[in-house]
Design a protein around this ligand. Structure first.
Ligand code: PBG
Length: 335
């Protein structure tokens, strides 16, 4: 090797102002770095969101999410098996109906796919379902609209209670309450318990921000939304508000708390993880995925390195597990 003039290897020798404390010692080899890593990522820390569309013969690609599909009943089963074989911790199901109405009553596609996935892999993994109305309403909001067009909190709670019981009847292990209505955890818990579903777990999207990062998801579920969700999802400027939301959800009986999106809200994730003693999840949402895929497709970043960096970043910030569209692939790199 060529040396710079006047320098030989180790010429500092530790004397004369050279450092005796050297953090680089612990970075000198992959084995040393592995030994001292503060957080780890295991396949079981990853949950795969899956979209299933009613009445399609085969899977359809989602343009803004390369590698992600609207699944048919058959391709959903295959994707579920693949994810389980890779060791993922769970699956999160979203339904895309052929018809929508004002009250979002066309959620049969989701309940049917829960039953399908439970029958296929229900003993091998945790099956979760999204509990929200936006995929099923013809106006695209997460709730029932009042006469003046605003989202009616308490009318929505009644629909959530019905949907929760239907999803639990279909066999879902965990319900992901993502609608951001006040009191939703308490009302859903009471409805589940009254129906005998005392073991159904509630994962509360306690701190869910009104985020531009949900853009590609709107294509994935063919959302009909006009306007925005700022009257129920949180303002990106607020972190203390997230702690209030989390405290309410825990008091109402949430078993697991989620922060969403992940990357722009790692500070919120850390504060939430420090504040509660229930498990904390993070959702790496569609726009986070699309952003990395787009930059990688242009050759601007190293796709796999950035994928794994974002996931370990969420773990380091306090997430016990992460919902990510890369779950199956990333789990494969961790073996
Ligand atoms: C609501 C829901 C949304 C997402 C998950 N659950 C959409 C929204 O709130 O606008 C977004 C997930 C993503 O962007 O990956 N059903």
């Amino acid at each position: 090797e060529k040396l710079c003039p006047g320098l030989s290897p180790g010429s500092g020798g530790g004397g004369g102002g050279f450092p005796s404390v050297r953090p680089r010692r612990l970075r000198q080899s992959p084995a040393m770095r592995r030994l001292v890593s503060e957080v780890r990522l295991n396949p079981a820390d990853l949950v795969l969101p899956l979209f299933v569309k009613e009445d399609i013969p085969e899977a359809r690609p989602i343009r803004s999410m390369p590698g992600v599909y609207q699944h048919s009943r058959d391709s959903l089963r295959r994707a579920a098996h693949e994810a389980v074989a890779a060791g993922v911790g769970g699956l999160m199901l979203f339904g895309v109906p052929t018809e929508r109405d004002h009250c979002g009553t066309t959620d049969a596609v989701l309940n049917d796919s829960i039953a399908d996935v439970i029958a296929e892999v229900g003993k091998d993994t945790v099956v979760m379902s999204d509990l929200c109305l936006d995929e099923f309403t013809d106006h695209g909001h997460c709730g029932i609209l009042a006469a003046d067009g605003s989202v009616d909190n308490d009318a929505t709670l009644l629909r959530y209670a019905e949907m929760a019981v239907a999803q639990a009847d279909a066999g879902a292990h965990v319900l992901g309450l993502s609608g951001m209505m006040d009191g939703q955890v308490g009302v859903v818990r009471a409805a589940l318990d009254a129906a005998g579903h005392t073991n159904t777990v509630i994962l509360a999207y306690a701190a869910k921000y009104a985020s531009g990062f949900y853009g590609p998801f709107r294509e994935a579920v063919e959302s009909q939304l006009q306007g925005d969700r700022r009257t129920y999802q949180q303002d990106p400027a607020n972190a203390a508000e997230a702690l209030r939301e989390v405290a309410l959800d825990v008091a109402e009986g949430a078993d697991i708390i989620m922060v969403k999106p992940a990357l722009p809200y790692l500070d919120v994730l850390r504060q939430v993880a420090d504040a509660v003693d229930v498990p904390v999840a993070a959702y790496q949402v569609s726009g986070e995925y699309a952003m990395v895929e787009a930059a990688a497709a242009n050759g601007w970043i190293n796709r796999e390195q950035v994928m794994m960096e974002t996931l370990i970043g969420a773990r380091r910030a306090g997430a016990d597990f992460v919902l990510t569209y890369w779950a199956t692939e990333a789990a494969g790199y961790l073996d």
